[in-house]
Design a protein around this ligand. Structure first.
Ligand code: HEC
Length: 449
């Protein structure tokens, strides 16, 4: 089945399902793009959406919280134990069920709704969303062709409680639950696995790959899909921790290096690094490294710690001027830089380069994207924060696009949203009049529209 049919199926499922009250299995669609059942007989992806209705108690606090270093240093070795423990927490019970998280026997994990929608929406095999193109030489000097990235993110019970609150009324989601004085609670953990659709023979670190079947686009810009094999390349983590004074969040990432163990497996994920702030005063550009032949670690950064073990970490490009970013991320950005723009409506682009006439690199205007914003505080005045969750801001944008633009035009020429006054989110009342940005990972995505 190709794109338009897949989408229609999802929308039909949705219109029927949204009349139900409260979020429970079946309220939100599972996926947007499904291959013909005959070509993939195994069960399809199911969205984990039985969000806890009561806030999880202290016994749910992840044990790795005890491993947080007393002093935050840019020496990665002080973070190694912490990162190893977070990785274990993400993978325990999940690797053996290929992230069919509802079968996890160790702990419960949940998905963000409304990621099925639109041209990048979830495919039906593993619930992967289409993320970004991979540029030639982004992963290795021998990688001369293009590629694309697919991913799936999961929330622990503490974070999922907040997702359930936001979407309690599936017809009227409410991000005041992720805006100050509220927000994702202390102990929220999000893990995200990223896969590359690329000629793995050209990327040395993808030897002994972990391969998943996925229903992917023929290439990043194509609307035609086919079942292919994609290779695990990166795993991201985000942890809400009130002890982190800069932003309230820790973002870290792991990169696949199949040479580590010499055989296929998730234990080949080696740490790239961790960050807890954007180093707002560091405005140099000397360590930006889009086509890496070595990893360039910037010692001036005090709120990013990068793994300096070159036996473990393949040459990788990191983010702007050496801030943390993963191999399939944008080398002009950083994890926290993109994620702190998460708001509804999304008035701000995620990166200073994602707009016409970007400001000069390192200028005051540019540095707005490299501040430290507290958890739950929006980037743009007049909007609601989605507390560093770009899945939530994207989900809200998808929901309102469907609700307002695709559920019919009324005889008076108005759409469903202008008629239904109770939708409190369409436009933040005090938001300035300006263009609203679609949530995107790279400007190339605009070419899809
Ligand atoms: C160019 C912007 C950008 C950069 C850089 C970026 N991300 Fe994201 N990230 C996104 C977008 C957009 C989403 C939502 C869609 C999705 O899941 O891919 C997302 C989703 C996530 C999620 C799922 C939960 C959520 O917040 O929505 C996690 C966890 C995450 N990213 C971690 C990271 C980490 C760790 C890094 C750095 C290594 C990073 N991201 C770098 C744009 C970015």
């Amino acid at each position: 089945m190709n794109h338009p049919q897949g989408k229609t199926a999802a929308l039909l499922a949705l219109t029927g399902a949204l009349s139900m009250v409260g979020a429970q299995a079946g309220t939100f669609p599972d996926y947007g793009f499904a291959p013909p059942k005959s070509s993939y007989p195994s069960p399809f992806f199911r969205l984990s959406q039985n969000y806890p209705a009561v806030a999880p108690g202290p016994s749910s606090m992840p044990a790795f919280f005890k491993q947080l270093p007393a002093n935050f240093s840019n020496d990665f070795e002080t973070w190694r134990t912490y990162m190893n423990e977070v990785k274990k927490y993400c993978l325990e019970g999940n690797t053996e069920v290929a992230w069919d998280v509802q079968k996890n026997k160790v702990r419960q994990w949940y998905h963000m709704p409304w990621q099925h929608y639109g041209p990048n929406g979830r495919e039906a095999i593993h619930g992967l969303t289409k993320e970004a193109p991979i540029q030639p030489k982004q992963l290795a000097s021998t990688q001369t062709g293009n590629g694309q990235t697919y991913a799936v993110g999961i929330y622990n019970d503490i974070g999922a409680y907040t997702i359930g609150q936001v979407w309690k009324d599936p017809q009227n989601p409410d991000p005041s639950y992720t805006s100050q004085p509220k927000g994702f609670p202390n102990g929220t953990v999000v893990c995200k696995a990223l896969f590359a659709d690329i000629d793995i023979n050209t990327v040395p670190s993808l030897v002994n790959p972990v391969l998943w079947s996925a229903y992917t686009a023929k290439d990043f810009y194509s609307t035609k899909r086919a079942i292919t094999k994609v290779a695990l390349i990166q795993m991201d983590i985000a942890v809400r921790d009130t002890r982190v004074k800069e932003t309230g969040w820790l973002f870290g990432t792991f990169q696949y290096n199949g040479a580590m163990t010499g055989k296929s497996g998730w234990d080949n994920l080696v740490p790239v690094g961790i960050m807890w702030g954007n180093d707002p005063k560091e405005n140099g550009n000397a360590f930006t490294n889009p086509t890496p032949t070595e990893t360039k670690i910037n010692p001036a950064l005090k709120q990013t710690a990068i793994n300096a073990n070159t036996k473990e970490l393949p040459p990788t490009h990191l983010g702007w001027n050496g801030r943390l970013n993963g191999p399939v991320d944008n080398p002009q950005a950083s994890c926290l830089s993109c994620h702190m723009t998460a708001e509804y409506q999304q008035l701000a682009p995620m990166n200073p380069t994602f707009q016409p006439n970007p400001p000069p690199v390192g200028s005051d205007e540019w540095m707005k994207w490299f501040q430290n914003i507290p958890a739950g505080q929006p980037f743009s005045p007049g909007t609601r924060s989605t507390d560093y969750s770009l899945q939530l801001s994207g989900a809200l944008a998808n929901f309102y696009d469907w609700k307002c633009n695709h559920s019919g035009i009324y005889a008076d020429g108005k759409n469903a949203c202008t008629n239904v006054k109770s939708l409190n989110l369409m436009k933040a009342s005090d938001a300035p009049e300006q263009e609203v940005f679609k949530v995107q990972r790279s400007p190339d995505l605009e070419e899809l529209q």
